[in-house]
Each structure stands twice: as C-alpha cells, then as structure tokens.
Design a protein around this ligand. Sequence first.
Ligand code: GDP
Length: 425
Amino acid sequence: MAGTKPHLNLAVIGHIDHGKSTLVGRLMFETGAVPAHIIEQYRKEAEAKGKATFEFAWVMDSLKEERERGITIDIAHRRFDTDKYYFTIVDCPGHRDFVKNMITGASQADAAILVVAAPDGIMQQTKEHVFLARTLGIGQLIVAINKMDAVNYDQKRFEQVKADVTNLLKTVGFKPDTIPFIPLSAFKGDNIAKHSENTKWYTGYNLLEALNNLKEPEKPINLPMRTPVQDVYTISGIGVVPVGRVETGIMKKGDKVIFRPSIDGVGATGEVKSIEMHHEEIPQALPGDNIGFNVRGVDKNAIRRGDVCGPVDKQPTVAQEFKAQIVVLQHPSAISAGYTPVFHCHTAQVACTITQILAKLDAKTGSVKEQNPAFIKAGDAAIVMVRPTRPMAIEKVKEIPQLGRFAIRDMGQTIAAGVVMDITP
Ligand code: GDP
C-alpha cells in the first residue's frame, strides 16, 4: 500500500464526541484501507448484537479488540493512502502520551484534521487542541465541520461555526485563509470522497481532495545542525558512536562538532569520521535521518543522552534559565513558583524549577489576563521563568523550533506543554 508515495503523519484533534474516531473509520473505509468484506462482517455482527446503526467508531473499537486478541490486519495500524500520500494516524490528544510523543519526535504530526461538530460548535477541548497544535508546531490544518446531517445540512449553521473557528485559529497564529473548512458527515459519508448532493451550496474540496492538497513538509536543512543524542556506544575497532536523529541542518563527514552540555558542562568536541544509516555508510545526514556516527577525539564518558550535537562554530545553546510560554493540560491542584517537575525536551529529561509565574494569558486572545499570578491551573496559559537543576541544551522556538518545545511531566502524566521564548545562557 505504501508504494513510493510520500508519507505524512496526521493527527485528528477536536472535542470529545465530535466524531474523531468515526471520521478515522470513515477515511479508512473510503480509501479501501478497510476491505469491504470486513465492513460487511462487522455490520452483520452489529445487527446481531442489536446495534441498530452501524457506526464507524464501532469498527475502530472492534479492530482494537482484534488487535488485542493478537490478530493483525492492516487496518489496525490506522494507515490509509490517497492518490498522492500515504498517511499514518498518530496518537490523539486524549491519549496519555500524545504531547510527549509529539515533543520528543516519536510521532511528530505533519498535519492535523480539526473536527468540530456542527450542532455544538467550539467547545473547551476544541480550544485546547488548537492551542496545542500551534504550540507543538503542527503547520497544516484541515477543519472538518462534522455532523452536518444533524443540522439538516444547513449552510447558515456551517458559516456560523466556520466564522467562530476562524476567529479561534487567528488568535493562536494560524492563517485561516489557507485552511480548508469542509462541511461533512463522517457518519453518512458526505463530502468525504466525493461532493455531496446534500450540500449543493458548498463548492470547496471534499476531505480526500483537501488531504491530497496538503504540502509535503520541507526538511529544515538551512537551520544550524542539531542532533540530540539518544544513546552512546563504543564499538571496538571504530570508537565512540553516538546515536540519534538529525533534527535540523546537515551533518557531513569531516564536520567539527561539539556535544553540549556534556558532563563537565563545557562541551566535548570531536570530528565526524563516518555516518551510518540502516547499516550503510552515508556521506551526509539530513533532518529526519536516524543515524549512528563515529566521532574521533571524544571520550565516551563525556557524552550522554540528552546532549545535543552541533557544529563548533554554531554551538547548541545551554540554558541556565529560560522564559517560556506554557499551557497547563491537567493538574490535580495548582502550580505555583517553586514547583519542580521534569521537563522533556528532545532526548533530554531534566528536573526544572518554575521560579516565577510572570503572567496568565487569555486562552482565547493570547493577551495578558493577570500579571504575577500566585498560581495557575489546568486550562491556563502562562508566561513563566524556568531554572533547570542542571545545564540543559535548548533553543528559542523562533530560531530552532524543533528544539524549542518541551513537555512537562509529573506523576506519570503530561501536565503541560510549552515553548522557549528567551534564554539566559
Ligand atoms: P470522538 O470522541 O471525537 O472520537 O467521537 P466519536 O467518533 O466516538 O463519535 C461520537 C458520537 O457521534 C458517536 O455516537 C457517533 O456515531 C456520532 N457521530 C460521529 N460522526 C457523526 C456524524 O457525522 N453525524 C452524526 N449524526 N453523528 C455522528
């Protein structure tokens, strides 16, 4: 199925019950990722169980059960392809590790479908997910105004929801002019694979066309090279081999590199002798490449996971303190100055103290709501000062976005996500 089509990771975001699972099931069905005979089998089982309506969300659930029983079929992987791309659906924001996976790059989404149910319009999680999508750097968006069947395919209702979502997107910095808004029904299939007779007033793309029209993400090759270290090996006859993924820039054989912060806090320098990917030697590595690279002149003990490799003349930034914008996703009580959870940024995990809460922001407009608040809680966005308990390589999100994002974890869950605005070296 994959063939040679370019691959995109797709996130499906939106308020609970607005139809995300149903839409994923529908997409997989319409693109042939779920064979018709399997759909028919589920429909019969649903009828037998007395389920009057056949729901795609239920297909997804059944598939999950099958997977749990150890039966693997293609559809369990949540993959489908259009004429142009091969898509993988990445974790949804409701899932525990979505934010952490996005930030550490384990499942960075290239694009997102924002699902908003026409009867409800914008709800709390719609706002949170839009804010998160922006914070996490999801560049491209498609807005699916779902459940149009439940509002009699009413154009006025569509325009109203579209206007509300447009405003919301503008406040967080998306450019709504470039974003398709599609009136659809995931349940009935309107405007998914072909233009629906029920929305004669709509002349825009159907969902598959909008997916085809997404841009292939460009590799950030013009930024300084940054390769966060995942692991370090010593291979006999070769030497020290750090392993990691190039996030930005290009790494070439012969490059003079530095690892920061490194154990002594100064940085270990060396020269790239060889680069390997998929067991083959390559002359240079590009963003997205998972590589092992042999470095001459460094001691294995001077490098560790969480260090960042960069060119000696454009070194990774090490922060003693930094200013950040965060959004609190979940926290049982309140966060105040002095709180020291673990920050996850690229491959680094460092305990950091929130030393000051400078301002609480209005989640809708982004403007300052309160200066120096005593505490912040779930649902709040804020500007804070952060002091890592040990030196940490991190970049301003404006300069190197890939290394300017972090997740804050505590009590086994992601409690906040944020971006670095300013750094005190
Ligand atoms: P999720 O929580 O966002 O994943 O939402 P689900 O996909 O589980 O859908 C929630 C409920 O809305 C289910 O009962 C669906 O059958 C229903 N639903 C989803 N899409 C549509 C739609 O296009 N029209 C109507 N009328 N109901 C829908």
